[in-house]
Design a binder for this molecule. Structure first.
Ligand SMILES: C[S@@+](CC[C@H](N)C(=O)[O-])C[C@H]1O[C@@H](n2cnc3c(N)ncnc32)[C@H](O)[C@@H]1O
Length: 236
């Protein structure tokens, strides 16, 4: 893979890229379509095309599943008038589930790197959500796109975005930029601890943001898989 020095680093989906492994990464999957209704929480299932050809975001990751279900179960009504943006959306599991299950009054943004743009558009179309969901490029650590600055998201979704150490400061910068843009915003953050360095990310996050571990009826189940669910907000 050739690196573009202008761009923020992008991780490789390779078990070799992860040392000190605590828990394994998802297995490589063949490309295909999946339909999920989150134990009946969605009347009509959300459809996801998974394809790893453009990068690791091309398949469903465990934190995405946890966050999508959490948002449906606990925030469906409150999200109706929210301005929602998903970071590191990959195929868009969390954002598309929210758009499918909530009657949103504003468009929802899926964001990721250029490599994932095609898959985000594909999955928006697969769910007939073209009028309610937009896909845009947002590279962590870079200035927020003007479209996002104008939109001022107040609800940020981020699932399984902590897995590649060189990107940690970039992600923290983007989270900070989003809270500067909308100081009352809430970031819903779900991650899976795979390496000791992941806890370093959380340590820095706790210094920078108000970090709250949030309740979920499935917590006992997902915490056994080293999955954590938090909100980040501006420090008081
Ligand atoms: C592990 S995947 C998670 C995908 C999805 N959120 C889920 O839970 O299934 C992480 C995503 O972060 C994106 N990503 C990694 N580095 C990034 C960066 N510097 N800027 C923006 N997105 C990035 C990847 O392209 C990938 O889609």
């Amino acid at each position: 893979m050739t690196e573009n020095p202008e761009r923020s680093p992008s991780p490789e989906f390779s078990p070799l890229a992860f040392d000190e492994g605590l828990t394994p990464l998802p297995e490589y999957k063949a490309a295909g379509d999946t339909a999920l209704d989150f134990s009946g929480l969605l009347n009509e299932p959300v459809k996801l095309h998974e394809d790893l050809k453009s990068g690791c975001g091309g398949q469903l990751w465990p934190a995405g599943m946890v966050l999508a279900k959490h948002m449906l179960r606990y925030h469906r009504d409150a999200l109706q008038h929210a301005r929602i943006l998903e970071l590191g959306a990959g195929g868009g599991i969390v954002g598309l589930t929210v758009a499918k299950g909530c009657s949103l009054s504003s468009p929802l943004y899926l964001t990721d790197q250029l490599e994932m743009e095609e898959l985000m558009h594909h999955n928006i179309k697969l769910n007939n959500l073209e009028d309610r969901v937009k896909a845009t490029i947002l590279n962590w650590g870079e200035p927020l796109p003007q479209e996002i600055v104008d939109y001022k998201p107040d609800t940020i979704l981020a699932a399984d975005c902590v897995y590649f150490e060189p990107a940690f400061p970039l992600l923290l910068q983007t989270l900070q930029d989003l809270l500067d843009l909308c100081p009352s915003a809430t970031i819903y953050f779900c991650f899976k601890k795979r390496r000791r360095a992941d806890m370093q990310f959380m340590k820095t996050a706790k210094k920078t943001f108000q970090v709250t571990e949030i309740e979920d009826a499935d917590r006992a189940v997902f915490s056994r898989e080293s999955l954590f669910l938090y909100t980040f907000s501006r420090k008081r």
